[in-house]
Design a protein around this ligand. Structure first.
Ligand code: PEP
Ligand code: MG
Length: 569
């Protein structure tokens, strides 16, 4: 078994198609006519642009918006004045052929990117190679080389560029395996949007596999099996059939209401951490966005996003959600998420350090820029602003003061701003959970962030795999806090939701509804499974279950009860 990075879930079984490594025989030639050589380069550049335009159009026609965006970025790379000037300079000064000038110029940027202290930038090497590959191919007079695929297969490649993927007959491709790439690589993004299983970063897989070998991709586990025995194939086929049936069954729930058997309607919202998840949230029928994590705008880059860049991103999500509520969380950097542009001091205990709202209150410019972008976007939909890591009322009041100042300033500058932007908090620190009654007098809403609430309540670092067995949502202390937050928020007349992973785990749905929770926010892929659970539930059963569970003394006992199928009826 070969292990790699799980990039897109699901199981695929089929014969391998190993894509050959692309090799350009680059010859350095001395040229006489500089103008003619520059013209040759520009002709190839123009042809490459029109080739990429075709790729954009074809991606858009197939509804592959994320893929289209990747090609749009490629087109911009081809228009980069520095890149073009670099190639022209080499042709003119070194009197070398366009291919060699392009290759050396591109290699210079590839080396810079390869040294970058960021996965995202390192992965952009693949984009640059892809773009340069088009021009080199055109300079060599080669046309597009479409791989000849007759039957269903699993693609194995050293590297799969977006244009390689676009050339594949995707109706025959059942999954992807690549040697390079991480979870944010384009192969991963494209595979997820195509809902095809994929494992990336599988070292030396192209030499271990021959065309026609039988492969199994387990996208959930990040595993690849080569020529497995018939028993293993049978076991995976069964697993695959179960997943398929589950998916089909769940797909039927897309248009139906999230209502219990007793007629209680539950609000199902989506968590979105990357823009590509937004179409999935809409497809699976989310009633809105309950948590829009904004870190993606800040991570994997050397500079901070501008107010304008942030404004466009927030506006886009509000417009796409067409008036449905969108809770955007202000920046939650710190803990496991670092931000190179800020040069943050290393901390002894980053999860207990300058994280989330603490950092924003310390770096007012950072906070103000984000708040300005948010309020400017507020006129495009139903925006709600949420602060993370709030641990006291003072902190909340300081954050609200900043928000009010920003709002007043924007109005003074003549910007249109929505007349009502509710402000709420994440309840993810026990101190806040314990005084929900006091918060309820000041905030518009609360959302329970169980991922952190568990780690802070149990003193178990959520990133430390040595103690991961101690990190449990079933702990009675966690459940008591959740009960308290729901009760106190409801008593105080404010909206209460949950956006931690527990909200998307169907084992907890009956308990949480029994505790009075009516709004759940989760990863889009969990929405239908939770809806299914809701629809099999009676309110009285949920209430009785909550009472029974809250009286149990250990996580083990609670887990045994909640894992039981009988909780549904
Ligand atoms: C949480 O803590 O439950 C949460 C939703 O926030 P994050 O996972 O982004 O810390
Ligand atoms: Mg959190």
């Amino acid at each position: 078994m070969y292990k790699g990075v799980p990039a897109s879930p699901g199981i695929a079984i089929g014969p391998a198609l190993v894509l050959p490594k692309k090799q350009f025989q680059l010859e350095k030639r001395v040229i006489q006519d500089v103008t003619a050589e520059k013209n040759r380069f520009h002709q190839a550049l123009a042809a490459a642009k029109s080739r990429i335009d075709d790729l954009i159009a074809s991606a858009q026609a197939q509804g592959q918006t994320e893929t289209a965006k990747i090609f749009e970025a490629h087109r911009l790379m081809l228009e980069d004045p520095e890149l073009i000037a670099g190639v022209e300079k080499r042709i003119a000064e070194e009197k070398v052929n366009a291919e060699f000038a392009l290759e050396t110029t591109v290699n210079f940027y590839i080396n810079l990117l390869a040294q970058a202290n960021s996965d995202y930038l390192r992965e952009r090497v693949a984009d640059l190679k892809d773009v340069a590959g088009h021009v080199l191919q055109l300079l060599a007079g080669d046309g597009l080389q479409t791989p000849h695929i007759k039957a269903d297969c699993l693609i194995v490649a050293a590297e799969l560029t977006p244009s390689d993927t676009a050339l594949l007959p995707l109706d025959k491709v059942q999954g992807f395996i690549t040697e390079v790439g991480g979870a944010t690589s384009h192969t991963a993004i494209i595979a997820r949007s195509l809902e095809l299983p994929a494992v990336v970063g599988v070292k030396k897989i192209t030499s271990a596999v021959q065309n026609g070998d039988l492969l199994i991709i387990d996208g959930e586990q990040g595993a690849v099996l080569v020529n497995p025995d018939p028993g293993t194939v049978e076991a995976y086929r069964r697993k695959q059939a179960v997943l398929h049936r589950q998916k089909e069954e769940l797909a039927r729930l897309k248009g139906v209401a999230a209502q219990t058997k007793s007629g209680k309607t539950i609000r199902l919202l989506a968590n979105v951490g990357e823009p590509w998840e937004l179409p999935k949230a809409l497809e699976y029928g989310a009633d809105g966005i309950g948590l829009f994590r904004t870190e993606f705008l800040f991570l994997n880059r050397e500079t901070l996003p501008t107010e304008e860049e942030q404004f466009q991103a927030y506006k886009e999500v509000l417009v796409k959600m067409e008036g449905k509520p969108v809770v955007i969380r202000t920046l939650d950097i710190g803990g496991d998420k670092n931000l190179p542009a800020l040069n943050l001091e290393p901390e002894m205990n980053p999860f207990l350090g300058c994280r989330g709202i603490r950092l924003c209150l310390k770096d007012k410019a950072l906070f103000t820029t984000q708040l300005r972008a948010l309020y400017r976007a507020s006129v495009y939909g139903q925006l709600k602003i949420m602060f993370p890591m709030i641990s006291s009322l003072e902190e909340y009041r300081a954050a609200v003061k900043c928000a009010e100042e920003v709002r007043a300033q924007l109005i003074e500058e003549g910007h249109p701003v929505s007349s009502h932007v509710p402000i709420g908090i994440m309840v993810e620190v026990p101190s806040t959970a314990l005084i929900t009654d006091l918060f309820a007098k000041e905030v518009d809403f609360v959302s329970i962030g169980t991922n952190d609430l568990i780690q802070y309540t149990l003193a178990v670092d959520r990133m430390n795999e040595q103690i991961s067995h101690l990190y449990t949502p079933f702990h009675p202390a966690v459940l008591r806090l959740i009960k308290m937050v729901i009760e106190q928020a409801r008593k105080g007349g404010i909206e209460v939701s949950m956006c931690g992973e527990m909200a998307g785990d169907p084992r907890f749905t009956p308990l949480l509804i029994g505790l009075g929770l009516e709004s759940f926010s989760m990863s889009p892929s969990a929405l239908l499974a939770v809806k299914k659970q809701i629809r099999t539930l009676k309110n009285s059963t949920a209430k009785a279950l909550a009472e029974k569970v809250l009286a149990l003394p250990t996580a083990e006992q609670i887990k045994a009860v909640l894992g039981n199928e009988e909780n549904k009826e």
